[in-house]
Each structure stands twice: as C-alpha cells, then as structure tokens.
Ligand binder design. Structure first.
Ligand SMILES: O=C(O)CCC(=O)C(=O)O
Ligand SMILES: [Fe+2]
Length: 320
C-alpha cells in the first residue's frame, strides 16, 4: 500500500479553536494511516518548501566545511546532551548488522547550545526557528493521534512538554547522504563496503518523526507484505511516521514501520539531504499501554532509549 497523503489545512500551524467536526475527521484519517501504514504525508501544514530549502542550504554549507572545522562540534563533545552535535560519515549503523551508514548528520537537541554559527552564518538561527515550527506541528499531530483513539487530546502531549529545553532529548537532525563515498573524496564505488547502504533498515525509537527529503528521494518503507516501497519527496509535504515507543504506548495500534535508504543506482552521483525531527517523551516519563491492557510492561523512556542507542552506536555483531 502506498503512503497516503492527508490535507492538514484545517489544523495548520497558527490555527487553533477549529470546529470539533474538522478535528474528528482529521484524527480519523490520521488513525487510519497510522494503523494501516505507519507513515503519512501531510500537506498544507503551514511549513512550506521554502523554509525546508533554507535549512537544507545552510546545512549544506556546514557539511561542506573541512573535517577539522567540523570535528570540534562532534556528538559527545557537549555537556548538555550526549546526542547533540556532528555525526561523521559511517559513525551510525541504523541496522547494526551492516557497516556504518554512508551519511553525515548534525543533531540539535538543546536550543541554547552553541552550534557552529561562526563558521556558517545562520546555521544556528535557521535550525532553531525550524525546530520550533516542527515542535508546534508535532504537538498538533500528537493531539490528533490521541483524539483518534478516543482519548483526551492531551494524553500524549502531556509527556512532551519540554521539547527544546535543556536536557530534553527531542532531536532535530539534518542529514547528508553520499552517493557512494564522501564528496570530499573522489566518488569511488570500490570503497563501499559489502552490504553498506546510506541508511540501514530500522524503525525510529521515540513517538513520531517528521521528515523532509530533498528531491533525490531514496527512502523506502516496508509494507505489511514485507516489501520495501518507495516514499518519494513530495514537495511542500511533511512525511510523518510512528516510532517504536509510540507503538508500544498504543499497544500496537499505531504501527512503527521499518524503513531504509539504499545506495542510489549506478551513475547517480547526486547528494541526498533530509531533515528529521525525532519526537520522544521526556526521559523520566513512564510509558504504559494507553488502553490499560498492560500488553507491554511500563518502561521509563530513558531506559528504553539507552538500550536502543547502544545498538546504533555500539559494537557491530557479525555483518549480514
Ligand atoms: O533521511 C531520511 O529520509 C530518513 C532518515 C531516517 O530514517 C533516520 O535517520 O531515522
Ligand atoms: Fe528513521
């Protein structure tokens, strides 16, 4: 089944106090998408393509800096949050059974934290304002998701009250994926390791993810039959997906789906960019099945994430 496209205009950014019937209709459509597919494109959210391109363009300038200029900003160098900062090529393996992903990224968690604005004018401010736009949209989606399940609209939002504050873990990630190796090195497909891809098979960890891709596409989403289907860039839309902790929270009603980005076809040497806003509950929050079923035992968000991050950044088991 293809990923559905929903019109979000009735509840787009800036619109509040909307008629109950409109909210109900949108939340029903969203529930259908998240129970059947796990991914949905939202159009007319209020976040437009120009904003997306501005963030991509400033990120591109950062990624193009020489390695020694980026290194001081590495993930792990910040005290505010271990996840904040630059992630170099092949550092993450989203599928731990594969070699490191052929992608480079910059994670923004705390909005107060220093990010390299001297090297790239606007890098910080552009990302911070986009972060806040994504936050607003994410809270709206979380509200609709609760209504769609017949619950109080704030059930999910109540555990996402500190997004962007110091020590909150919600992360805005800008990504650059290489056609073959690094653009700073000559394109040489012989250097690609066996089974190496741009982004290994995985599902996201938290509640929901908002995703924006450049026109180079590449994302594939697994359907119920186990086949990977393309989820291309649709300009002006936001792709939203359910992540694992939300699946657990909803007792498997909203489904978190595996996705990946393989290498591009031979001869395609375009660099791909994407922006991902990873939403997760606050560290200390206890996530219990919201239908009262206890299908999964309650778990503290921080404990859940620690084990997932160990897989992504940890030692690699035998390769596939
Ligand atoms: O770049 C993309 O389109 C998706 C990246 C992704 O799935 C992830 O980082 O979790
Ligand atoms: Fe993902």
């Amino acid at each position: 089944m293809a990923v559905p496209v929903l019109d979000f205009s009735v509840y787009q950014l800036g619109k509040e106090n909307i008629p109950e019937a409109d909210l109900e209709k949108l939340s029903d459509e969203l529930r259908k998408a998240f129970t059947e597919v796990g991914f949905v494109y939202l159009k007319n959210t209020g976040i437009n393509q120009e904003e997306v391109e501005k963030v991509m363009s400033v990120s591109k300038r950062f990624f193009s800096l020489p390695e020694n200029k980026k290194k001081p900003f590495s993930r792990g160098n910040y005290t505010c949050n271990v996840n904040h900062g630059w992630v170099s090529l092949e550092t993450e393996s989203l599928n731990p059974h594969r070699p490191g992903d052929l992608k480079e990224a910059f994670n923004t968690t705390s909005l107060k934290e220093d990010i390299p604005s001297e090297e790239v004018a606007d890098f910080r401010d552009t990302k911070v304002s986009f972060f806040l736009r994504c936050k607003e949209l994410a809270l709206k989606v979380l509200r609709l998701m609760a209504i769609g399940l017949g619950m109080d609209s704030e059930v999910f939002v109540n555990k996402h009250k500190h997004i962007g504050n110091l020590h909150d873990e919600v992360c805005f990630k800008v990504l650059r994926m290489e056609p073959h190796y690094g653009v700073s090195t000559p394109v040489d497909s012989t250097r690609v390791k066996e089974n190496q891809v741009r982004c290994g098979e995985h599902s996201d960890y938290g509640s929901i993810t908002l995703l924006f891709q450049s026109s180079e596409d590449g994302l594939q989403v697994q359907n119920r039959a186990g086949e990977f289907v393309s989820a291309p860039c649709i300009p002006g839309t936001v792709l939203v997906n359910i992540a694992d902790l939300m699946q657990r929270w909803t007792s498997d009603v909203y489904v978190s789906v595996v996705h990946r980005i393989l290498l591009p076809p031979a001869g395609d040497s375009r660099t791909r960019q994407s922006l991902a806003f990873f939403v997760q509950p606050e560290d200390e929050s206890i996530i219990k099945c919201c239908d009262g079923s206890d299908k999964y035992p309650p778990i503290k968000t921080v404990d859940y994430f620690t084990s997932r991050f160990n897989d992504t950044y940890g030692k690699k088991p035998n390769l596939v």
